[in-house]
Design a protein around this ligand. Structure first.
Ligand code: BGC
Length: 744
């Protein structure tokens, strides 16, 4: 039961007495305090609480101080130093009429001072416990500097690596994103958002943002309701279940209706269906942007539409403060709608304990040894081994290495996007780590390119000479930080600049080449793979990327990452994702090629490309290891199960290799026939197992009705009786197979 507020459509449908009865029902202490405070507030103070600003610069201007005294702002984002925040809070609490504390929000996305891999990289770990610990570390560091609220996790599903914000996602899959997103929320919020060392989390961007047409940031999205509910919304629902303190609405229009003025999303689904009672904040000026979308006539119209839709706090643009007073006085926006929004803001402030302890701390964070260890573990677990002809791990015979490429020694680039509180000088690069290990004489370094976009070949000579003089070449290629993240969409996914040429030249030296790619998204790099003996994908690994990679290269740790998103062979295959439908004309594997000289076209009329294979370069879930895992013996506990029951699916995994390692075993199902065609595979579970050489283990998963459910044509979530395929698999394109039947 939602406490303390009623959705607008429900308000309209109910008599006032029911409204009051509902509001009184189950009111906790917090609700009482919220209502008491609300009763004392002027309309202007209410609108102030609904406004968030980024304008607090250091030192705080007299104007901002005056505004804080007047109750003009409920929150500041990405603003000020710890000392400024403490001073602003002192003014709010001691010098404003009602003493309502400010809430300081910040984009603490993948670490604060200590940077862990970009979220997409973290997702490659398939390790919720690690992700939870990394978020808890970020929360501790941020809250020590007076931050109460982070704008993370990003729970947008995307199937488009052109979109620069793919870096911030947890990948293409709703199940994986739900599990890992919930882990991040637990990490940020700890026992409660108000507990020492915790921050409030924010599920963003609600909703559909990752489906931006053509992968261009902020672009429109068109998502049928069934797909919205089955693919894009589950991670947000999981966030509600994990107790996330806030939601952020997205920039995009969803089916023509901007997400920041979308009653269907923020009232009907979030408040009514999911019974959410946290705060909803807009994205940066996304309320005002509804004018440009062509959905609101002017700022007043935008404010009215956003607040009616259930956006409680406006980020940066000022339509609420500037327009809503008049609209309320004119009766165009009912006061209960405003009160409802203010309740949501105040409730979060009470939940955070800000009235008792407005500033838990405001000292500068120090990066600790434990933090560096965790960053190293997270970086190592995010690395995905894509190819290995046996050159890795590097053996004792390797005495001289060539370290080549623009990403070998670039602290900023290795941190990735959203790292405003980190310090480049605290980053350990691969070059630094390799020098520590091999001694300065054991390493010959040639950046060869000034940055990843550099197209000049003038320094290739140094790189080739370094390669010739070494036993093995470690080639660090990829994308700079600035090429992924917000507003950083790309239409080409190749390695930018002259990197492919560099790889080609270096390969000519005839030494084994290990390519390590640091990037914010899946890239296409086939020719480089062909020229390399091994390829590691390290994403933007953060502060401790260097030591983590060195551990893997030298075999102290086996790579265990698995791709959280498919890697296309070419940009023309996008969107390419494993959980697709089958079509009426699925192509047989490997069908390709243009027949020549035939008067009659001998090709099948199947769903494929003439010029590239149908499959991705690397499927979702894929990742190699120094261990060799073999899957066998899939068993189901019974051939059928009925509603209310469950079934256990198990398989054996053996390590037939000579090194130990972790394996993320994946459970997939397919509903063969349904009232709405179902994907050829859907992830329903995963488990990480550790196996020593020669060891064998059984992994078991329980499936119940809930796991089989989807939205039917009437938008009811149902599991339909019928036959199912099931796999336990190392990735989405292979595995051991079985079947079962689900009955009424
Ligand atoms: C982004 C959000 C971010 C906000 C605040 C926006 O541009 O879309 O993800 O939290 O800015 O910095």
């Amino acid at each position: 039961m939602r406490k303390g507020g009623i959705p607008v459509p429900a308000l309209a449908a109910m008599g006032a007495s029911i409204v009051f009865a509902l509001q009184a029902f189950g009111q906790s202490d917090v609700e009482k305090r919220v209502d008491e405070l609300l009763a004392r507030m002027t309309l202007e103070e209410k609108l102030g609480q609904m406004s968030q600003s980024t304008a607090m610069r250091a030192p705080i201007s007299d104007e901002i101080k005056r505004e804080i005294r007047q109750g003009r702002w409920g929150s500041f984002l990405n603003a000020g130093s710890p000392a400024d925040r403490a001073e602003a809070q002192r003014i709010a609490v001691k010098e404003s009429r009602l003493g309502i504390p400010l809430i300081f929000g910040r984009d603490v996305i993948h670490g604060y001072r200590t940077i862990v891999p970009i979220p997409l990289g973290q997702a490659a770990s398939w390790n919720p416990d690690l992700i939870e610990r990394a978020a808890a570390l970020a929360a501790r560091e941020a809250s020590a500097e007076g931050i109460h609220w982070t704008f993370a996790p990003m729970l947008d599903i995307t199937r488009d690596p052109r979109w620069g914000r793919v870096a911030e996602t947890l990948g293409e899959d709703p199940y994986l994103t739900s599990v890992l997103g919930a882990a991040m929320i637990r990490g940020f919020q700890g026992a409660s958002p108000g507990a020492p060392g915790s921050v409030a989390a924010c599920a963003k961007h609600y909703a559909g943002y990752g489906a931006a047409e053509a992968g261009r940031d902020y672009n429109s999205t068109f998502i049928p309701e069934g797909q919205l509910r089955d693919v894009y919304l589950p991670p947000f629902h999981a966030a509600v279940e994990a107790g996330v303190a806030s939601f952020m609405t997205a920039f995009n229009a969803l089916n023509g209706v901007p997400a920041s003025g979308n009653e269907f999303l923020t009232r009907r689904i979030l408040r009514v269906e999911w019974k959410y009672d946290g705060l909803v904040v807009s994205d940066y000026e996304s309320v005002l942007e509804m004018v440009k979308h062509g959905y609101a006539a002017d700022p007043a119209d935008a404010a009215a539409k956003a607040v009616r839709a259930g956006v409680d706090m406006e980020m940066v643009s000022a339509t609420y403060f500037d327009e809503l007073k008049r609209l309320v006085e004119q009766g165009r926006v009912p006061l209960p709608v405003i009160d409802d929004a203010v309740r949501n803001v105040l409730r979060l402030k009470f939940r955070l304990g800000l009235f008792e302890a407005p500033m838990r701390s405001a000292t500068e964070t120090e990066i600790t040894a434990a933090a560096r260890d965790l960053a190293r573990e997270a970086a190592a677990e995010s690395v995905v081994l894509l190819k290995n002809d046996g050159v890795l791990p590097l053996g004792g015979g390797v005495r001289r290495i060539a370290v080549i490429g623009p990403l070998a020694d670039s602290p900023v680039d290795q941190m990735g996007s959203w790292v405003m509180d980190a310090r480049p000088e605290e980053v350990e690069t691969p070059l630094a780590s390799l020098r520590k290990r091999m001694g300065a004489d054991g390493v010959r370094y040639a950046a060869a390119l000034r940055n990843s976009r550099d197209a000049s070949r003038e320094n290739f000579g140094d790189a080739v000479a370094a390669a010739r003089a070494s036993d093995v070449v470690l080639l660090f290629l990829g994308e700079e930080q600035i090429l992924s993240g917000e507003a950083r969409s790309r239409a080409f996914l190749n390695l930018p600049g002259a990197q492919e040429n560099l790889a080609e030249e270096v390969a000519k030296a005839g030494k084994p080449v290990v390519t390590v790619i640091l990037a914010g998204r899946p890239l296409t790099f086939q020719s480089v793979t062909e020229e390399s003996s091994a390829v590691l994908y390290a994403w933007h690994p953060g502060t401790m990327g260097g030591p983590a990679l060195a551990e893997i290269l030298f075999g102290e740790r086996s790579p265990s990452g698995k791709l959280p998103i498919a890697f296309p062979r070419t940009v023309g295959q996008i969107p390419i994702y494993y959980a697709h439908l089958n079509t009426g004309r699925p192509a047989p594997p490997g069908e390709l090629g243009i027949p020549m000289g035939n008067p009659v076209d001998p090709q099948g009329y199947t769903s494929k490309y003439l010029d590239v294979e149908l499959t991705p370069e690397y499927p979702f879930g894929f990742g190699l290891s120094y261990a060799r895992f073999e899957y066998s013996n899939l068993r189901v506990s019974s051939p059928a199960f009925a509603r209310g029951g469950s079934i256990v699916v198990s398989a054996e995994i053996a390590n037939a290799g000579s090194r130990e390692g972790f394996e993320a075993a994946q459970l997939y199902i397919r509903d063969r026939v349904a009232s709405v065609a179902r994907p050829v595979r859907e992830l329903k579970g995963f488990q990480r197992v550790h196996l020593k050489p020669g060891e064998k283990r059984t992994v078991s998963f329980t499936l119940s009705e809930r796991d089989l459910a989807f939205h039917n044509q009437a938008m009811q979530r149902v599991a339909e009786p019928g036959d199912f395929d099931v796999w336990i698999a190392p990735d989405s394109a292979s595995g051991v197979h079985g079947e079962f039947t689900f009955t009424e």
